[in-house]
Design a protein around this ligand. Structure first.
Ligand SMILES: [Zn+2]
Length: 232
């Protein structure tokens, strides 16, 4: 009987997978997306508690920002890599929402971390968005938003679809091209706001820099940066 029940459970799980996106084990009823054990053991950076953290240092001198941090360390073969894979390539965007929620709880508890007025996800290249079906950073932004109680604006920072010229250009001009890839619609919605720019992973910071430089052309804007993963 036990065996039959287990078989049925496995059978159901096959069609309605309720598996932890970090370790792949079955989730208990009270768990959502990521199991309790994984949440407990994730490699947290605690960067938000330190204004001179490695993300901030990486971005210093490139553009001005209020605060910059990443939630967890991304390493080859670790659970964060699994989650990022599920989030981006395996149609589990709820991973982004859940990580955003968890991160927001930590941020909210930190006195020196300034709550922004608005959250903007880094827009995905339109072709990629069609292929993937969603922008993973938007899910992260929505998760953060639900706990911080700060609105998300997903349509003010726009990514242009035409990057055909990009491959032909030199590395130097590619940076300028990157900035050209982003534009702003309805700038009046952003003026005088403290904006939290959100992305899934920070590696070189080039995309976040390009987005920030475009946003900072507007008046009285302040930028903060939050990503889920920090790739060492
Ligand atoms: Zn797990």
């Amino acid at each position: 009987m036990q065996l039959v029940r287990e078989y049925l459970q496995d059978f159901t799980a096959l069609f309605f997978p309720d598996l932890c996106t970090a370790c792949g084990k079955n989730l208990f009823k009270h768990e959502r997306v990521i199991c309790t054990d994984c949440i407990y053991h994730l490699p947290y950076t605690n960067f938000h508690q330190d204004s001179e953290n490695r993300v901030a240092k990486q971005l210093w001198g490139r553009f001005s920002f209020v605060q910059a941090s990443a939630f967890v360390y991304f390493q080859k073969g670790n659970k964060v890599q699994n989650m990022m894979h599920q989030l981006k390539y395996n149609k589990r965007p709820e991973t982004g929402f859940r990580l955003g929620e968890l991160y927001a709880h930590d941020l909210k508890r930190t006195d020196q971390w300034q709550i922004p007025d608005l959250i903007i996800p880094v827009p995905l290249h339109p072709k990629k968005k069609i292929k993937r079906g969603y922008n993973q950073s938007e899910f992260i932004a929505n998760g953060l938003s639900s706990v911080l109680e700060v609105p998300v604006s997903a349509n003010t920072l726009i990514r242009a679809s035409d990057t055909a010229t990009q491959t032909k250009k030199s590395r130097f001009s590619r940076f300028e091209n990157m900035q050209e890839a982003f534009s702003i619609s309805h700038p009046e919605l952003l003026i005088d706001k403290h904006i939290l720019l959100v992305d899934d992973v920070i590696t070189t910071g080039a995309t976040l820099e390009a987005c920030s430089l475009v946003l900072l052309k507007l008046q009285k804007i302040r930028i903060s940066i939050a990503t889920i993963a920090f790739a060492e």
